[in-house]
Design a protein around this ligand. Sequence first.
Ligand code: LIP
Length: 270
Amino acid sequence: SIEAENDLSMTFRCDVKLKLIVVREGFSVAKRIETKACAADLVTEFDQRVEEILITKLKEKFPSHKFIGEESAAGGAKQPLTDDPTWIIDPIDGTTNFVHGFPFIAISVGLVIKKQAEIGVIYNPISENLYSAVKGKGAFKNGRPIQSSQQTELGLSQVSGEYGSSRDPQILQTKSENLRKIVERAHSVRAIGSAALNLCHVAEGSCDAYFEYGIHCWDIAAGDLIAREAGCFTSDPTGDPLDIMKRQILCTATKQLAMQLIPLLTHVDF
Ligand code: LIP
């Protein structure tokens, strides 16, 4: 596991092709944008190219492993999560940020075996921050150990939440109401547009909690492990155990903080 994590981290840091594609060619130029599930669910040719490069490279090393990728799923590939070793890939998490040149974007790759996360690597090619974790071995940012804030009080917390891409009026109303209830009680609410980076921020202690309804497994597979290895508590927003295939997540610096957030949330079904 550690070897595979090192390999992947090196690939992100050193792969000139990946960097050229995402940062030089992609980030600051006008892009050809398409939509997926709805008008605010965006994809660019860069998402597809990055996913292709990652899957090709990983397949060379691990020919028997399976893959779940955001853009392969959008292309119609059936990708159920089985007990087999499976790489779960979001080639550009924060695609809307990428489209607008807002620098919170990340490549997120997680390895899940028997439905348990073993490796998580998240790389922001703009800031060059690299977050990583191997199960049982702690979480790291650019090679240095990171830890959650240990915050236990909602009243002293900075919380991340997102509106997501659904424009269904009922869903938006519930999400807004959830965020309003939290901002009334907390220090602040933030929405940076990347689930992967939101989880890294709770892991490193710059945010105390994050929750979202409507995400996919590729947005959170790596970040969930990084957050837990940094001492965070992750669960379903109902308090049930987290199921990464269920499209919702709560991540907090401590379990006490989760217990204050859970009763405030009205749940949204996707
Ligand atoms: C994004 C998530 C974000 C969510 C967006 C979108 P993508 O992932 O990371 O948290 O609010 O709607 O799902 O599509 O950029 O990979």
